[in-house]
Design a protein around this ligand. Sequence first.
Ligand code: FES
Length: 78
Amino acid sequence: MENNVRGGDTPVKCELEANKNYAWCTCGHSENQPFCNGLHKQEKATPPMIFSVEEDKTAHLCTCKLTKNPPYCDGSHK
Ligand code: FES
């Protein structure tokens, strides 16, 4: 979407808890990368992607929003 921007240039390492819903920012405007802070509404950009994991894990979440495997970094930021 044309109102989306890059939210960053490198992934953020996150400790994810099992069975908890996370809202991954898809529009890049959030100041709380890699998570949504609601700014997509005023920016008329895309809403967050809600996801959860089945077990506690450490993950590198994408901030550039170019990943082909959201919400995870796949190296596309380079
Ligand atoms: S931060 Fe987006 S692919 Fe790595």
